[in-house]
Design a protein around this ligand. Structure first.
Ligand code: GLC
Length: 663
C-alpha cells in the first residue's frame, strides 16, 4: 500500500506518474516537523538495514553515514563525499518493521542515516514543500517493486547498447576513431559503439560537428556502421555564447535560456567558454532543445550521452569577480593567504552553490530560482531528448544516458556514474551502487570501466571489465592525460578478446533479464537479501549480487588476488569461462568458499535448479546467433528467454518469449 502526504506547496517534479491516494493525518512511521523547514525522524532498531538512495557513496546498506541530494560535478569520489551527480530520494528501512519513503523534493535534501546519532534516521530540507510517499509491503523487495510501479516504466535502450563500447576524452579526428575501430576488429575484440567526447564538436558547440575533421560526417557515420559500429556523441548542457551560432541566437531570441533576476541571460563558463543554459524546465524551451538532436539523428546517429548537466559551472562572471576581489591583496603581496585557502576558494567557484541562486527558470509564467529546483536539471535535459526521440520516430529506441539525474529521468534514459578513478575501491563502489540505482528505476547503468581519472593498470582494467560484463552499460572510458586504456594498449590482447567475448556470449541472457526487469518494474541487480530473505548471512553480503533471476556474481576487486571468498545462500554451480573457450563447472554447497579466479577467467554462479543460455561470441550484438545456444546450469531446468528485434518498441508480442531447456 502506498500513501501520499503533501506538505506545503510541492513543486511538480513529474517523478511519480500514477495517482496515489492521500494518507490521513501523519505517516505511521517516524515523526515529522515542519516548523523550521522539514524534518522526518525515525528511530532505527539495531537490526534495521537501510536500502536505496541510488547514486550515492559507500555501502549497499546506507546506515552509518550522511548523504546529501545535491547534484554535483565532483570528480573525486572519495569516501567522505556526501553528494555525487544524482538525486535519488527513495529509501527502504528493512527490519522487523519495513517501509519505503520517497521524498519528492527538487532541492537540497539531507539523509542523516545514523551519522549524528547511531540509531537515528533523519531526513531534512530547508523548505517544507514536498510530497512524501510512504510504502508498506511484505518485504523490502516488495516495497521496491511497488515504488517502481508508481514512477513509470524504466527506459529501454536498443539491443546494440548491450554490446561493448570504447570511449576516451581526446578522440578527435576520423583517424582517431578508425584506430579504435581497427584496434578492436583486427584484434577480434568485440565492439558495438565508439563514443565521441567533446572534441568532435566545432569549438565545443552543441549540435555542431568539426568541419575540418568531419567535412562529410554522415558518410563517416555510415563508414562505421558498415563495420557494425555506432558512433555515440556527447551533448553538454551549456550552449556556447557566440554570434552567428544559430542555436545561441534562437535561444536568445525566444528567451529559451535561464536568466538572471534582471532578465539578462545567465552566463556560465564551461568547456566552450561562456555558455547559456537552456531552460529545460520550461516546456517550450525543452521542446526546442530536444529538437536540436535531429541535427545528429538525421546524419544517422542513434545514441547520445548527456553531460555537464548538474549543471556544471566552472565559474560565473559574478563568481570570478568575487574571486578577483578575494585574491587582490594576495596578488599585490599585501596579505599572506594559505595556499589551501586559495585552492578551496578556487574550487568553490566551480561548486556552483552561489551561482545556483543567480539564475531562474520560467515555469508556467512564474520565475523560479534555480537552487529551488536544482536537482531537476539533468533529468529535464534528458527528458528533452527523450521527448524529442518520440517525435522523431515513435517506434524506434535511441541509446541515451546522462550524468546528472533525478527519479523520473529513469523513463527517458540510463546513467553512467561519472568521473570515477582507476582505483580498486571504485570497482567495489560501482558494484554496490548498481542495485541501489535499480531500486530508484535506473536500469541502464554502468561506470567508466578501467577508471576515468588517474592511470589504470592491465590488471585493474581486466578485473573491472569482469564486473562490467554484467552491467547493462559496458563502456571503457578515460580522461585526457591519463594512460591510454583501450584493450589493445596492453600485452596479451587475447585475454581482453576472451573477457569481452564472454559478455557477448551472455548478451542473450543479460538482455532477456534486463527486458523482464524493465517490463515488470523489477530489479536487474538484486542484493542477496532480496532473493534469500530468510538468510541472515545473505543480508550481510555487499560484494556479491544476483543478476536477473538465475545467476550470482562475485567480482574480484583486490590487486594481486588470485581468487576470493564467496558466500552461497544455497547450492550453486560455480562456472568459469576459461581463456581457451571452454567452461568449467563445479557444484558448490551452501556456505562459505574460497574460489580461485585467474585474471583471464570469468566466474559466475548458477542458482539451484536454474539454467541460462550461452551463445557463441560475435564481433557485435547484431551477429549473435540466438537460434543455436548452449544451455548452462542444472539438468532439466527451464529458462524463459525474452528476445525481440532490438530496435522497435514492440515488446509485448508473445513470440518475444520462448522456453529453453537444459537436457
Ligand atoms: C566530464 C565527463 C567525462 C568527459 C569530460 C569531457 O568530465 O564526466 O566523461 O570525458 O567531461 O567531456
Amino acid at each position: 500500500m502506498i500513501q501520499k502526504y503533501v506538505y506545503g506547496k510541492p513543486f511538480p517534479t513529474d517523478a511519480v506518474t500514477t495517482e496515489v491516494p492521500l494518507g490521513k493525518g501523519t505517516p505511521v512511521y517516524g515523526n515529522i516537523e515542519t516548523e523550521k523547514g522539514f524534518c522526518f525522524t525515525y528511530i532505527l532498531k539495531d537490526e534495521d538495514i537501510v536500502y536505496g538512495l541510488g547514486e550515492t557513496n559507500r555501502g549497499l546498506n546506507k546506515r552509518g553515514y550522511c548523504y546529501v541530494s545535491d547534484c554535483s560535478d565532483d570528480p573525486e569520489h572519495t569516501e567522505d563525499k556526501v553528494s555525487l551527480y544524482g538525486a535519488h530520494n527513495f529509501l527502504v528501512v528493512a527490519g522487523t518493521v519495513s517501509f519505503g519513503l520517497f521524498f519528492d523534493y527538487p532541492s537540497t535534501l539531507t539523509f542523516d542515516i545514523g551519522y549524528t546519532r547511531i540509531d537515528t534516521l533523519q531526513v531534512s530540507c530547508e523548505e517544507a514543500d514536498l510530497n512524501l510517499f510512504v510504502i508498506d509491503g511484505d518485504s523490502p523487495y516488495d516495497i521496491v517493486k511497488q515504488f517502481r510501479k508508481i514512477i513509470g516504466k524504466s527506459y529501454i535502450p536498443p539491443k546494440f547498447a548491450f554490446g561493448f563500447g570504447q570511449s576516451r576524452w581526446g578522440y578527435k579526428t576520423k583517424g582517431d576513431f578508425r584506430k579504435v575501430a581497427d584496434g578492436h576488429r583486427q584484434n577480434k575484440v568485440p565492439l558495438d559503439m565508439i563514443y565521441m567526447d567533446i572534441d568532435y564538436m566545432q569549438d565545443y558547440k552543441d549540435f555542431t560537428v568539426n568541419q575540418e575533421n568531419f567535412p562529410d560526417f554522415s558518410d563517416f557515420v555510415q563508414e562505421m556502421k558498415a563495420q557494425n559500429i555506432r558512433l555515440i556523441p556527447i551533448i553538454d548542457a551549456g550552449v556556447k555564447v557566440e554570434d552567428g551560432y544559430p542555436i545561441y541566437e534562437e535561444g536568445v531570441k525566444n528567451n529559451y535560456f535561464c536568466q538572471r533576476e534582471d532578465g539578462s541571460n545567465f552566463v556560465a563558463a564551461v568547456w566552450p567558454g561562456d555558455t547559456h543554459f537552456p531552460d529545460v524546465l520550461n516546456k517550450e524551451a525543452r521542446t526546442w532543445f530536444g529538437d536540436q538532436y535531429r541535427f545528429l539523428t538525421e546524419q544517422g546517429i542513434e545514441g547520445f550521452w548527456n553531460d555537464m548537466n548538474e549543471p556544471a559551472i566552472f565559474y560565473s562572471q559574478e563568481g570570478m569577480a568575487e574571486f578577483r576581489e578575494f585574491i587582490k591583496d594576495f596578488l599585490e603581496e599585501k596579505a599572506v593567504t594559505a595556499t589551501d585557502i586559495l585552492i578551496t576558494k578556487l574550487k568553490d567557484l566551480a561548486r556552483g552553490h552561489d551561482d545556483y541562486r543567480r539564475f531562474y527558470h520560467k515555469i508556467d509564467g512564474k520565475k523560479i530560482r534555480h537552487d529551488k529546483v536544482h536537482n531537476l536539471f539533468g533529468y529535464n535535459m534528458t527528458r528533452a531528448a527523450g521527448e524529442a526521440f518520440e517525435r522523431i520516430d515513435p517506434n524506434k529506441r535511441f541509446l541515451m544516458f546522462s550524468r546528472s539525474s533525478y527519479i523520473g529521468m529513469h523513463r527517458y534514459g540510463g546513467i553512467w556514474t561519472g568521473d570515477n578513478m582507476s582505483w580498486w575501491s571504485h570497482i567495489l563502489l560501482n558494484l554496490k551502487m548498481m542495485p541501489s540505482l535499480n531500486m530508484c528505476g535506473f536500469l541502464y547503468v554502468g561506470a567508466d570501466l578501467g577508471g576515468f581519472g588517474s592511470n589504470t593498470t592491465r590488471e585493474l582494467l581486466l578485473r573491472w571489465l569482469a564486473l562490467g560484463i554484467f552491467t547493462p552499460l559496458m563502456r571503457n572510458h578515460s580522461a585526457m592525460g591519463t594512460r591510454e586504456q583501450e584493450c589493445y594498449q596492453f600485452e596479451n590482447i587475447e585475454d581482453f578478446r576472451h573477457v569481452i567475448g564472454v559478455r557477448y556470449r551472455l548478451v542473450p541472457y543479460l538482455y532477456s533479464e534486463y527486458m523482464k526487469a524493465a517490463l515488470n518494474d523489477d530489479l536487474y541487480f538484486k542484493p542477496l537479501a532480496f532473493v534469500y530473505p530468510k538468510d541472515s548471512m545473505a543480508a550481510q553480503v555487499e560484494d556479491q549480487m544476483i543478476i536477473g533471476n538465475e545467476i550470482m556474481i562475485a567480482p574480484v576487486y583486490t590487486q594481486n588476488a588470485r581468487g576470493r571468498y564467496v558466500y552461497l545462500p544455497e547450492e550453486m554451480q560455480f562456472v568459469k569461462f576459461l581463456p581457451d573457450g571452454t567452461i568449467s563447472v563445479e557444484i558448490l554447497e551452501k556456505g562459505h568458499h574460497y574460489v580461485e579466479i585467474a585474471l583471464n577467467e570469468i566466474p559466475l554462479f548458477i542458482r539451484s535448479e536454474k539454467c541460462i543460455p550461452v551463445a557463441e561470441a560475435a564481433e557485435c550484438v547484431d551477429d549473435l546467433d540466438t537460434a543455436h545456444m548452449a544451455m548452462l546450469g542444472y539438468d532439466h531446468a527451464e529458462y524463459v528467454l525474452y528476445d525481440d528485434d532490438g530496435m522497435s518498441k514492440e515488446y509485448e508480442k508473445s513470440e518475444n518469449y520462448r522456453t529453453l531447456r537444459k537436457e
